[in-house]
Design a protein around this ligand. Structure first.
Ligand code: ADP
Ligand code: MG
Length: 143
């Protein structure tokens, strides 16, 4: 594992900005695994990824719950998955996430630790920890 970044942000806006800058460094086909408690900033980070990939601001970025996967149009398409309600690895299989990776977009997965062993080498792991008030520590490494 190679550490890429380790930072504390102090607002949702700061987390978005960090994610937006990170998004610009990502190659097509990148897999971004987001790990952290509820409210730690995973969806906020995906909003920043969307901004960095120039997804139009009118597009609503939110966790896919009933749809399972959201697709946002950007310079590079962004696919957004949330595994919060899927704890059975067979259900995750059924999402056929590798198909999205093959589509030259960026795949962001919330609650990727539901099944951390399945992800390929080369994935980016983003870990969120909640601190006092609006502090969030965000560590990014390459698997
Ligand atoms: P998750 O997807 O991990 O459950 P969300 O991104 O949906 O988390 O929610 C994070 C919440 O915490 C939002 O209400 C956001 O405004 C707030 N927040 C406060 N400080 C930060 C920060 N530094 N980074 C990200 N979100 C923050
Ligand atoms: Mg979320």
């Amino acid at each position: 594992m190679a550490e890429i970044l380790n930072k504390t942000t102090h607002s949702a806006e700061e987390t978005e900005k960090l994610a937006s800058e990170f998004a610009k460094t990502l190659p097509r086909g990148a897999l971004v695994l987001l790990i952290g408690d509820l409210g730690s900033g995973k969806t906020t980070f995906v909003k920043g990824l969307a901004r960095g990939l120039e997804v139009p601001s009118a597009v609503n970025i939110h966790s896919p719950t009933f749809t399972l996967i959201n697709e946002y149009p950007g310079k590079t398409p962004l696919f957004h998955v949330d595994l919060y309600r899927l704890d059975d690895s067979r259900q995750i299989d059924e999402l056929a996430l590798e198909d999205y990776l093959n589509r030259d977009g960026i795949l962001a997965v919330e609650w990727a630790d539901r099944d951390l062993h399945r992800w390929p080498k080369g994935a980016f792991i983003v870990r969120f920890e909640m601190g006092e008030k609006d502090r969030r520590s965000i560590a990014i490494e390459k698997r």
